[in-house]
Structures are given as structure tokens and as C-alpha cells.
Design a protein around this ligand. Sequence first.
Ligand SMILES: [Zn+2]
Length: 102
Amino acid sequence: MAVEREKMYECEVRRRRLKAGGGYEPYWKVKNVAVALVDEDTDFRCKDCFGAVKLLGRNGKTGAVAYVEHKLSADAEFCPSGLLFQRATDGREAKPSANPVA
Ligand SMILES: [Zn+2]
């Protein structure tokens, strides 16, 4: 039986923008994962809990759509987008990652 995987097609990517007064500052932007790859973004995090994510599904197979999943199951257990959180039946509340990507 196939194991259902957590698939999130949106994530946040780290971008840089011009700062008032000169220089650049980093900021996070919500983006479709496939679009982020086309744009060659390299830093990703979960848009809901800010936890680290793994990039998957970009192996070039026909019909493959890139997506991300949580690196840490501890994040997936409490992230509103997390499969483990959505499956939980104990009425738990979502919370941000204990190890957010800054
Ligand atoms: Zn998350």
C-alpha cells in the first residue's frame, strides 16, 4: 500500500530587496514551489510554521510536480499544513516550528 506523503506546493523562499538607505535585506516570500525552481531560488522554508523543508518531486519525470515536505516530523505534527497535524485527533493547536529557518 502506498504511503501518503505530505505534499505542499507552496513554500516561502528567501529573497533580497533593496533597503532604504542602501544595501540589501533578506525577506521571505510565499511562492509556488515549481515557480521557485524555475526562478532558481535556493532557500526554502514552510510558509506556515517557518520550519525547514525538503524539496522533492523535481526529478524531471513526466507529470512530476515539485513540492516540499517538512524535514522535521516535530514541525509536521504542529504545522497547519502538516500531514501529521491534520491527521491528529487529539484537538491539538498549531504552533510555529521550534527550529524556524531564519
Ligand atoms: Zn510547516
